[in-house]
Design a protein around this ligand. Structure first.
Ligand SMILES: NC(=O)c1ccc[n+]([C@@H]2O[C@H](COP(=O)([O-])OP(=O)(O)OC[C@H]3O[C@@H](n4cnc5c(N)ncnc54)[C@H](OP(=O)(O)O)[C@@H]3O)[C@@H](O)[C@H]2O)c1
Length: 208
């Protein structure tokens, strides 16, 4: 598959390297030419511009600082039309009581991206765990996916499998805010030294 990656930081590198190992053809892009060249070499990808990465990918990962994502993707709307756009962002910031969702009371980050690139098929994925986890995925880890386009979901399911994880359908894009809130909750509990997995029973015990 051809993959474009917007951003050359921790998530771009962790997911990109896994996809390169799986044999995908990747163009990675970032605003700093030296950083993107170095990141592309570590990933096993080619370096390009944002426009080249957007036009290259059957799937395009937006792996940008969440506050910069809309500014980067909106001008690429034409190139992104019809493509699977993976949003891994966590719209969070430190608040007085701990980590807070910055989207509270409004659309999720994923829906804001979908509104900025109306022809693209946005899928929320990979936001719950840290980049280090995607670089070395433990067995049995599921990735919740939210999206509205069946073809784009198929593409992202395959890319989840390629990093050693298990796709978990979590509903349409209107559910993405719940996955973003789940990440905010989990990160807060992890930072406090707790284990968020302990709040959920196994499925066979979910009804008591
Ligand atoms: N790291 C994690 O463990 C993790 C886990 C789950 C989800 N996420 C989400 O994944 C996304 C990427 O995180 P990351 O950890 O990979 O971040 P990162 O390492 O800080 O990389 C962020 C990328 O965004 C670029 N960027 C920042 N501001 C920009 C701007 N104004 N215009 C254009 N590009 C800009 C950076 O370019 P420069 O290098 O030039 O600044 C860099 O390429 C975030 O939305 C985050 O919430 C991260």
């Amino acid at each position: 598959m051809r993959i474009g990656i917007l951003g050359a930081g921790a998530m771009a590198e962790a997911l990109g390297a896994g996809w390169a190992r799986a044999g995908h053809d990747i163009v990675v892009a970032a605003r700093d030419a030296d950083r993107v060249t170095a990141a592309a070499a570590r990933i096993g990808a080619r370096a390009g511009t944002f426009a080249e990465a957007a036009a290259h990918g059957d799937a395009v990962l937006a792996a940008l600082l969440h506050t910069a994502t809309l500014d980067v993707v909106a001008p690429l709307a034409g190139a992104l039309a019809g493509r699977a756009v993976i949003d891994c962002s966590n719209p969070v910031a430190a608040g007085p009581g701990g980590l807070m969702l910055t989207t509270d009371g409004g659309p999720s980050a994923a829906r804001r991206i979908a509104a900025a690139v109306p022809g693209a098929h946005v899928v929320k994925a990979f936001n719950v765990c840290a980049a280090e986890v995607w670089a070395n995925c433990p067995g049995g880890l599921a990735v919740p996916l939210c999206g509205d386009d069946a073809g784009a979901l198929d593409v992202v399911r395959a890319l989840v499998t390629d990093v050693g994880a298990i796709p978990l359908d979590a509903g349409g894009l209107d559910r993405a805010g719940y996955v973003e809130a789940t990440a905010a909750f989990a990160i807060g509990v992890w930072f406090a030294g707790g284990d968020p997995r302990t709040v959920l029973p196994r499925v066979e015990h979910a009804q008591g």
